[in-house]
Design a protein around this ligand. Structure first.
Ligand SMILES: *[C@@H]1O[C@H](CO)[C@@H](O)[C@H](O)[C@H]1NC(C)=O
Ligand SMILES: *[C@@H]1O[C@H](CO)[C@@H](O)[C@H](O)[C@H]1NC(C)=O
Length: 177
């Protein structure tokens, strides 16, 4: 019985794999960071049989998991910081990331699943804004390369997710190439 349903599942999902790749390709071409979009979506198994709305959700969830990871990173750095200015700048970044991780992104993901694309787009773009604000607070000799890279990646992932949601706003909900 198990084998049978597995076979059935394979038969159903196999022919569409090519199609999904095409959809991912078409969608990523409409985002500002094609390579990042492709590598992010193709490394995620939840993209199989997804339409545009599903792919936007996958991207938003990866953004959330990146933001969550960055917040943990910031907290760990706060514990290690010996320079009080560095500690303050990190604490400021944590304050920026907490609402993104706790409210903005989870609410945006929820809105996305309900078809409230405008609200979703706002919440997702907040992540980029806060990453920028965090980045700006580090200047001059105070620099934390690993955090800068994370802020930059978060900004790019947010831009990609917003671009996909914009396709949904244009009515391309079940857009297939
Ligand atoms: C963050 O995003 C990158 C780019 O897609 C991905 O490779 C990485 O696994 C993500 N990290 C987390 C913790 O989700
Ligand atoms: C950066 O953080 C410091 C505290 O470390 C704060 O006093 C300052 O106003 C912040 N700068 C910006 C541009 O937010």
């Amino acid at each position: 019985m198990k084998t049978l349903s597995l076979l059935l599942l394979l038969t159903i999902s196999l022919p569409s794999i090519q199609c999904d790749d095409d959809l991912i390709d078409q969608i990523c071409k409409k985002t500002p960071f094609y390579d990042l979009c492709i590598s992010t979506l193709k490394s995620n198994s939840n993209t199989q049989n997804s339409d545009t709305q599903g792919l936007a959700g996958v991207m938003a969830n990866i953004l959330l998991s990146n933001a969550t990871d960055t917040l943990s990173y910031i907290r760990a750095q706060i514990n290690e910081a010996s320079d009080p200015r560095m500690e303050r700048a990190l604490a400021y970044c944590a304050e920026l990331y907490i609402p993104v991780v706790k409210y903005n992104l989870p609410q945006a993901i929820d809105a996305l699943s309900k078809g409230q694309f405008e609200f979703a787009s706002d919440g997702i773009s907040d992540a980029a804004k806060q990453a920028d604000a965090c980045e700006k607070n580090f200047s001059g000799p105070m620099k934390l390369e690993a955090l800068s890279e994370r802020n930059k990646l978060l900004h790019s992932l947010s831009d990609v997710a917003v671009a996909i949601v914009k396709l949904l706003l244009k009515g391309l909900i079940n857009f297939r190439p």
